[in-house]
Design a protein. Structure first.
Length: 596
């Protein structure tokens, strides 16, 4: 069964494939772009208030590109984009995307990297993408310097992006590292770069971003996202939102990490087409978020479920702020419960909350709810540039609504493939060219006959912690290096604050079985924490087992262990449940007259 966006959503014109992303976003009067003269500043720092107009952003991109060309000694039209990969390992900043677009102006590739990475993880990523230069920020500089040295990147090619002093947490910047602003000052003195020599289909085949993803299974891979992929998603999202939103520029919250594809494309690119402004915060600090909403009259919030829960839990504090400007909130990464939905609606009574679904390989928003035409619990409708099917294990259509199947997709937003991994790239697509999401969905029709998408489960093995992807295979590989671990499996366990956490079930080596369990767990945690980002750590705990259930082919039965993790969670809840100590019976609802 093929399905698409509802008929009432206008199908946009095919996305252009002969221009880079930054030219598309700032082409005044073209491609449905809101007039630049009445657009809001694209990026505003939510702490300092520093902002640049659209015209200033265009100039900063040009000058930074001129400086980088001189620094790296590269020509705009020399070599391939993979000869000019520039990494960004930083907290959010008003110049994060300035850096990406300057890289694109060089015909290069921007590689956003999670600021949660350890030095070891960062090193592996820099080597994997063959990074030639690295932008970082003061609190992450020490990690960046160590990783860059290990990856063979000269220290003089590490640059600092300016972030608010508050976010530096008392850390002083290395005096020898040059800043992005210094590079821009240098670029102003240099001659303009030659034009980009693109053929009419260059944007469809040239990689713009390398974004990390675990795909449907296995170790992290680098997704090659083309210029046209991003442009297509921006156009599709704008076309979809026209149905229920006036085309009036609005201020949005930018606290999701711009290293993640959801924030990078969804918040960082899509809104610019309609003239929106993004209030950038280094991260999700509750008081900073509430203050930004009040100060900048934010109309739109981009969130993941743990952020929603955090706002609800702090409702006493939140109610001290003026939050009346918030009209729309888009939530990705996982579903909200009805209780959370209702509590959020009480905190933001004028806000229309919409859940969505996306994945890095589809660059990035696939579906979103229409607040005016919505079934609770759904992921909404496909964006108008997507076609979808639900298939069984043999890749045959499952047919009728109400029957679950794996979602496969076709769109101009679909990735080029995985960098240097042809096997994984081939496995990601069906024989007839549809992207396999690894996610199980079912379709349900409303009274009007429109088809809503409902997420059922993940066929793929990913764990989602605060909206971030965690690969169990990566964690299991690292566990195997501990001398006490004979076999292991990592699966998700429910956590109200983060959505999910990794929990490890470990078979000990014979020599380790007589060791003190508490001490051994501490040793394994220490081994793990030394090299893993905090969101990848075993926050769900460690459980020792005698053996792991295996299939006939020798593969661990992950589904069985997920059920065991669920039992661990239920047991912990039961242990934490209140206990009835004594009960009393009353004859009447009225208060006693006796004063004892």
């Amino acid at each position: 069964m093929h399905f698409a966006a509802p008929s009432y959503v206008e199908r946009p014109e095919p996305p252009p494939s002969d221009i880079p992303i930054h030219e598309f976003l700032f082409s005044d009067g073209k491609y449905g772009r809101h007039p630049i003269s009445s657009s809001l500043p694209p990026f505003t720092c939510g702490i300092t208030g520093k902002a640049y107009s659209a015209e200033e952003v265009v100039q900063r991109v040009a000058h930074l590109a001129q400086a980088l060309a001189a620094e790296l000694r590269v020509g705009v039209n020399e070599g391939t984009e993979f000869d000019k990969v520039i990494g960004i390992f930083s907290l959010n900043a008003v110049d994060t995307l300035t850096t990406s677009w300057a890289t694109h102006r060089l015909n290069g590739v921007s590689a956003p990297i999670s600021p949660s990475y350890s030095a070891a993880e960062l090193t592996r990523q820099l080597v994997a993408v063959k990074c030639k230069a690295l932008f970082t920020c003061t609190p992450l500089a020490a990690t960046a310097i160590d990783a860059a040295a290990a990856a063979g990147i000269p220290r003089e090619r590490i640059y600092l992006i300016d972030i608010p002093e508050k976010a530096c947490m008392g850390v002083s910047p290395p005096e020898d590292l040059r800043t992005l602003d210094q590079l821009i000052a240098l670029g102003r003195k240099l001659a303009p770069l030659e034009g980009m020599q693109w053929d009419k289909d260059q944007g469809s085949k040239q990689t713009a971003y390398l974004c990390s993803s675990s795909g449907t299974s296995g170790l992290p891979k680098n997704v090659m996202i083309s210029h046209r992929n991003v442009i297509s998603n921006c156009i599709a999202f704008q076309s979809y939102e026209r149905v229920y939103k006036p085309e009036v520029p609005e201020m949005s919250l930018g606290s999701l990490p711009l290293s993640h594809s959801y924030a990078l494309i969804g918040t960082g690119h899509a809104g610019l087409l309609r003239g929106d402004g993004l209030v950038v915060l280094p991260g999700f600090d509750l008081l900073d978020v509430l203050g930004a909403i009040q100060t900048y009259k934010l109309s739109r919030l981009w969130l993941v479920p743990p952020m929603v829960v955090g706002l609800i839990r702090a409702s006493v504090i939140a109610n001290k702020f003026d939050l009346s400007s918030v009209k729309h909130a888009t939530v990705g990464a996982s579903n909200l419960t009805k209780d959370v939905w209702q509590q959020f609606s009480r905190l933001f009574p004028g806000c229309k909350l919409a859940q969505g679904y996306g994945l890095t390989e589809a660059a990035v928003i696939v579906s979103v709810q229409n607040p005016q035409d919505n079934l609770f619990g759904s992921c909404g409708y496909l964006l108008p540039t997507f076609e979808g099917r639900l298939v069984d294990e043999e890749m045959k259509d499952v047919g009728a609504c109400g029957k679950a199947g794996e979602l496969v997709l076709r769109s101009d937003s679909i990735m080029l493939g995985y960098l240097d991994n042809q096997e994984a790239s081939s496995e990601a697509f069906t024989e007839d060219g549809w992207l396999r999401t690894g996610d199980l969905f079912e379709l349900r029709k409303d009274a009007s006959g429109n088809v809503h998408m409902f997420f059922v489960d993940r066929l793929k093995e990913l764990i989602k912690v605060r909206g971030m992807q965690v690969s169990p295979t990566e964690l299991e590989t690292h566990l195997a290096r501990h001398p006490a671990v004979a076999d292991s499996i990592v699966v998700p366990i429910v956590n109200e604050a983060t959505g999910e956490l990794p929990i490890a079930f470990i078979v000990r080596t014979p020599d380790a079985r007589n060791q003190d369990e508490k001490a051994l767990k501490e040793s394994i945690h220490a081994h793990f924490n030394a090299e893993m980002a905090d969101y990848k750590r075993l926050g769900g705990g460690i459980e020792f087992v005698d053996a792991l259930p295996k299939t006939a082919a020798g593969k661990t039965q992950r589904g069985t262990m997920k059920q065991k993790a669920k039992a661990v969670y239920e047991a912990s809840r039961a242990k934490a449940a209140p206990v009835v100590i004594q009960t009393f019976e009353f004859d009447t609802d009225e208060e006693d007259d006796d004063d004892e």
